[in-house]
Unconditional design. Sequence first.
Length: 260
Amino acid sequence: MRLLFVGDVVGRPGRDAVEALLPDLRERLDIDACIVNGENVANGVGITPRLAERLLAAGADALTLGNHAWRREEIGPYLSTSATIVRPANFQSESPGRGLTVVEARDGTPVAVVNLLGTLFLDPAHSMWEVVDGLVEEARARTPVVVVDVHAEATSEKVALGWYLDGKVTAVVGTHTHVPTADGRVLPGGTAYITDVGMTGPRGGVIGVDREQAVRGFVTHMREQFQTSDDDPWLMGVLIRATARMRADSIEQLLLPAVR
Protein backbone atom coordinates (compact mmCIF):
# COMPACT_ATOMS: atom_id res chain seq x y z
CA MET A 1 0.00 0.00 0.00
CA ARG A 2 1.17 3.51 -0.86
CA LEU A 3 -0.03 6.29 1.44
CA LEU A 4 0.48 9.99 0.77
CA PHE A 5 0.29 12.55 3.59
CA VAL A 6 0.30 16.24 2.63
CA GLY A 7 1.45 18.75 5.26
CA ASP A 8 -0.41 21.85 6.51
CA VAL A 9 -2.14 23.56 3.57
CA VAL A 10 -1.75 27.31 4.09
CA GLY A 11 -4.15 29.77 2.48
CA ARG A 12 -4.85 30.20 -1.19
CA PRO A 13 -1.25 29.45 -2.29
CA GLY A 14 -1.39 26.10 -0.48
CA ARG A 15 -4.81 25.29 -1.84
CA ASP A 16 -3.70 26.18 -5.38
CA ALA A 17 -0.64 23.93 -4.97
CA VAL A 18 -2.81 21.01 -3.88
CA GLU A 19 -5.25 21.49 -6.74
CA ALA A 20 -2.44 21.85 -9.28
CA LEU A 21 -0.20 19.00 -8.13
CA LEU A 22 -2.17 16.40 -6.19
CA PRO A 23 -4.19 14.79 -9.03
CA ASP A 24 -1.02 14.13 -11.01
CA LEU A 25 0.86 12.98 -7.90
CA ARG A 26 -1.81 10.42 -7.10
CA GLU A 27 -1.52 8.97 -10.58
CA ARG A 28 2.24 9.20 -10.99
CA LEU A 29 3.05 7.75 -7.56
CA ASP A 30 0.25 5.17 -7.72
CA ILE A 31 -1.26 6.38 -4.45
CA ASP A 32 -3.78 4.17 -2.67
CA ALA A 33 -4.92 6.72 -0.08
CA CYS A 34 -4.17 10.38 0.57
CA ILE A 35 -4.51 12.34 3.82
CA VAL A 36 -4.21 16.14 3.88
CA ASN A 37 -3.86 18.45 6.87
CA GLY A 38 -6.24 21.35 6.17
CA GLU A 39 -5.65 23.22 9.41
CA ASN A 40 -4.66 26.54 7.79
CA VAL A 41 -6.39 26.48 4.40
CA ALA A 42 -8.77 29.42 5.10
CA ASN A 43 -6.54 32.50 4.76
CA GLY A 44 -3.90 30.85 6.92
CA VAL A 45 -6.09 29.97 9.93
CA GLY A 46 -8.81 27.34 10.09
CA ILE A 47 -10.97 25.68 7.47
CA THR A 48 -14.47 26.12 6.03
CA PRO A 49 -16.82 23.47 4.62
CA ARG A 50 -16.38 24.86 1.11
CA LEU A 51 -12.59 24.67 1.29
CA ALA A 52 -12.71 21.19 2.84
CA GLU A 53 -14.75 20.03 -0.14
CA ARG A 54 -12.22 21.55 -2.52
CA LEU A 55 -9.37 19.62 -0.90
CA LEU A 56 -11.39 16.41 -1.10
CA ALA A 57 -12.23 17.08 -4.75
CA ALA A 58 -8.53 17.60 -5.49
CA GLY A 59 -7.72 14.07 -4.30
CA ALA A 60 -7.70 13.91 -0.51
CA ASP A 61 -9.44 10.89 1.01
CA ALA A 62 -9.32 12.31 4.55
CA LEU A 63 -8.56 15.66 6.16
CA THR A 64 -6.95 16.38 9.54
CA LEU A 65 -6.96 19.59 11.56
CA GLY A 66 -5.23 21.10 14.60
CA ASN A 67 -5.27 23.98 17.04
CA HIS A 68 -7.10 26.33 14.62
CA ALA A 69 -10.00 23.94 14.04
CA TRP A 70 -12.59 26.35 15.48
CA ARG A 71 -11.38 29.59 13.88
CA ARG A 72 -14.26 29.43 11.36
CA GLU A 73 -17.58 29.11 13.14
CA GLU A 74 -19.33 27.41 10.21
CA ILE A 75 -17.06 24.36 10.48
CA GLY A 76 -18.81 22.91 13.56
CA PRO A 77 -21.92 21.52 11.82
CA TYR A 78 -19.75 20.21 8.98
CA LEU A 79 -17.54 18.30 11.40
CA SER A 80 -20.62 16.79 13.01
CA THR A 81 -21.76 15.19 9.75
CA SER A 82 -18.60 14.56 7.70
CA ALA A 83 -16.92 11.16 7.88
CA THR A 84 -13.82 12.30 6.00
CA ILE A 85 -12.52 15.08 8.27
CA VAL A 86 -11.16 14.71 11.81
CA ARG A 87 -10.25 17.25 14.48
CA PRO A 88 -7.92 16.56 17.42
CA ALA A 89 -9.36 13.76 19.54
CA ASN A 90 -8.23 15.42 22.76
CA PHE A 91 -10.53 18.42 22.41
CA GLN A 92 -13.47 18.56 24.82
CA SER A 93 -15.68 15.49 24.51
CA GLU A 94 -18.74 17.57 23.59
CA SER A 95 -16.94 19.34 20.72
CA PRO A 96 -18.43 18.61 17.30
CA GLY A 97 -16.74 16.07 15.10
CA ARG A 98 -14.47 13.12 15.76
CA GLY A 99 -10.81 12.42 16.35
CA LEU A 100 -10.78 9.10 14.50
CA THR A 101 -12.23 8.12 11.17
CA VAL A 102 -11.85 5.23 8.74
CA VAL A 103 -11.82 5.80 4.99
CA GLU A 104 -11.41 3.39 2.10
CA ALA A 105 -8.21 3.17 0.09
CA ARG A 106 -8.37 2.73 -3.66
CA ASP A 107 -8.67 -1.07 -3.37
CA GLY A 108 -11.25 -0.90 -0.57
CA THR A 109 -8.78 -1.47 2.28
CA PRO A 110 -9.86 0.48 5.37
CA VAL A 111 -7.43 3.19 6.50
CA ALA A 112 -7.84 4.64 9.99
CA VAL A 113 -6.86 8.28 10.53
CA VAL A 114 -6.24 9.63 14.04
CA ASN A 115 -5.71 13.33 14.86
CA LEU A 116 -4.05 14.45 18.12
CA LEU A 117 -3.07 17.86 19.48
CA GLY A 118 0.20 18.15 21.35
CA THR A 119 -0.02 18.82 25.07
CA LEU A 120 3.02 21.11 25.43
CA PHE A 121 2.36 24.79 24.62
CA LEU A 122 -0.99 24.17 22.89
CA ASP A 123 -3.09 23.45 26.00
CA PRO A 124 -5.75 21.03 24.71
CA ALA A 125 -8.68 20.04 26.94
CA HIS A 126 -7.07 16.65 27.59
CA SER A 127 -3.54 15.35 27.28
CA MET A 128 -3.08 13.29 24.15
CA TRP A 129 -1.39 10.68 26.31
CA GLU A 130 -4.70 10.11 28.10
CA VAL A 131 -6.60 9.22 24.92
CA VAL A 132 -4.10 7.72 22.48
CA ASP A 133 -4.24 4.11 23.70
CA GLY A 134 -8.02 3.94 23.41
CA LEU A 135 -7.97 5.51 19.96
CA VAL A 136 -5.35 3.12 18.63
CA GLU A 137 -7.21 0.15 20.09
CA GLU A 138 -10.44 1.33 18.46
CA ALA A 139 -8.69 1.90 15.14
CA ARG A 140 -6.92 -1.46 15.11
CA ALA A 141 -10.21 -3.23 15.81
CA ARG A 142 -11.31 -1.98 12.39
CA THR A 143 -8.12 -2.11 10.33
CA PRO A 144 -4.37 -2.73 10.67
CA VAL A 145 -3.67 0.46 8.66
CA VAL A 146 -3.52 3.35 11.14
CA VAL A 147 -2.06 6.80 10.42
CA VAL A 148 -1.65 9.27 13.30
CA ASP A 149 -1.32 13.01 12.65
CA VAL A 150 0.21 14.59 15.76
CA HIS A 151 -0.28 18.34 15.49
CA ALA A 152 2.20 19.59 18.06
CA GLU A 153 4.64 22.38 18.87
CA ALA A 154 7.30 20.45 20.78
CA THR A 155 9.52 18.17 18.73
CA SER A 156 10.34 16.15 21.84
CA GLU A 157 6.67 15.30 22.33
CA LYS A 158 6.30 14.17 18.73
CA VAL A 159 9.41 12.00 18.90
CA ALA A 160 8.21 10.46 22.16
CA LEU A 161 4.83 9.63 20.63
CA GLY A 162 6.54 8.00 17.67
CA TRP A 163 8.48 5.69 19.95
CA TYR A 164 5.42 5.02 22.09
CA LEU A 165 3.36 3.93 19.09
CA ASP A 166 6.14 2.06 17.27
CA GLY A 167 4.78 -1.30 16.19
CA LYS A 168 1.19 -0.29 17.01
CA VAL A 169 0.39 1.93 14.01
CA THR A 170 1.51 2.23 10.41
CA ALA A 171 2.69 5.84 10.64
CA VAL A 172 3.07 8.78 13.02
CA VAL A 173 3.45 12.05 11.12
CA GLY A 174 4.01 15.44 12.73
CA THR A 175 2.38 18.67 11.62
CA HIS A 176 1.99 22.27 12.89
CA THR A 177 5.46 23.85 12.78
CA HIS A 178 5.41 24.22 8.95
CA VAL A 179 9.11 23.41 8.52
CA PRO A 180 9.97 19.95 7.16
CA THR A 181 12.35 17.94 9.31
CA ALA A 182 15.06 15.59 8.08
CA ASP A 183 14.32 12.67 10.41
CA GLY A 184 11.90 10.59 8.33
CA ARG A 185 12.55 6.91 9.07
CA VAL A 186 10.93 3.58 9.83
CA LEU A 187 11.28 2.78 13.51
CA PRO A 188 12.35 -0.73 14.60
CA GLY A 189 8.79 -1.92 15.19
CA GLY A 190 7.71 -0.99 11.66
CA THR A 191 6.12 2.44 12.18
CA ALA A 192 6.99 5.21 9.70
CA TYR A 193 7.83 8.44 11.52
CA ILE A 194 8.66 12.08 10.77
CA THR A 195 8.66 14.99 13.23
CA ASP A 196 7.16 17.49 10.77
CA VAL A 197 5.97 16.95 7.23
CA GLY A 198 6.26 20.63 6.41
CA MET A 199 3.88 23.17 4.90
CA THR A 200 2.03 23.16 1.61
CA GLY A 201 2.08 26.85 0.88
CA PRO A 202 4.35 29.87 0.43
CA ARG A 203 7.92 28.99 1.33
CA GLY A 204 8.92 32.59 0.64
CA GLY A 205 7.07 33.81 3.73
CA VAL A 206 7.70 33.13 7.41
CA ILE A 207 5.95 29.78 8.03
CA GLY A 208 3.24 31.03 5.66
CA VAL A 209 2.96 34.65 6.79
CA ASP A 210 4.00 37.61 4.63
CA ARG A 211 7.68 37.92 5.50
CA GLU A 212 7.77 41.73 5.81
CA GLN A 213 4.89 41.62 8.30
CA ALA A 214 6.51 38.81 10.26
CA VAL A 215 9.90 40.52 10.43
CA ARG A 216 8.28 43.82 11.40
CA GLY A 217 6.43 42.11 14.22
CA PHE A 218 9.65 40.67 15.64
CA VAL A 219 11.49 43.99 15.33
CA THR A 220 8.78 46.25 16.77
CA HIS A 221 6.89 43.84 19.06
CA MET A 222 3.71 45.36 17.59
CA ARG A 223 0.90 42.94 16.73
CA GLU A 224 -1.06 43.19 13.49
CA GLN A 225 -3.39 41.01 11.48
CA PHE A 226 -1.09 38.67 9.57
CA GLN A 227 -1.59 38.14 5.84
CA THR A 228 -0.66 34.94 4.02
CA SER A 229 2.35 35.24 1.76
CA ASP A 230 2.02 34.23 -1.88
CA ASP A 231 5.74 33.88 -2.56
CA ASP A 232 7.24 30.57 -3.75
CA PRO A 233 4.46 28.01 -3.05
CA TRP A 234 5.49 24.39 -2.51
CA LEU A 235 3.72 21.12 -1.80
CA MET A 236 5.32 19.22 1.07
CA GLY A 237 4.40 15.69 2.03
CA VAL A 238 5.57 12.17 2.65
CA LEU A 239 5.05 8.95 0.73
CA ILE A 240 4.73 5.90 3.01
CA ARG A 241 4.97 2.39 1.63
CA ALA A 242 3.44 -0.39 3.74
CA THR A 243 3.61 -4.16 3.45
CA ALA A 244 0.72 -6.60 3.32
CA ARG A 245 0.97 -6.77 7.12
CA MET A 246 0.61 -2.98 7.10
CA ARG A 247 3.98 -2.35 8.67
CA ALA A 248 5.80 0.49 6.94
CA ASP A 249 8.61 -0.36 4.54
CA SER A 250 9.73 3.19 3.86
CA ILE A 251 8.94 6.88 4.23
CA GLU A 252 10.06 9.39 1.60
CA GLN A 253 9.84 13.17 1.69
CA LEU A 254 8.17 15.00 -1.19
CA LEU A 255 9.17 18.67 -1.50
CA LEU A 256 7.77 20.01 -4.75
CA PRO A 257 7.63 23.58 -6.10
CA ALA A 258 4.13 24.43 -7.30
CA VAL A 259 5.35 26.87 -9.96
CA ARG A 260 7.95 25.76 -12.46
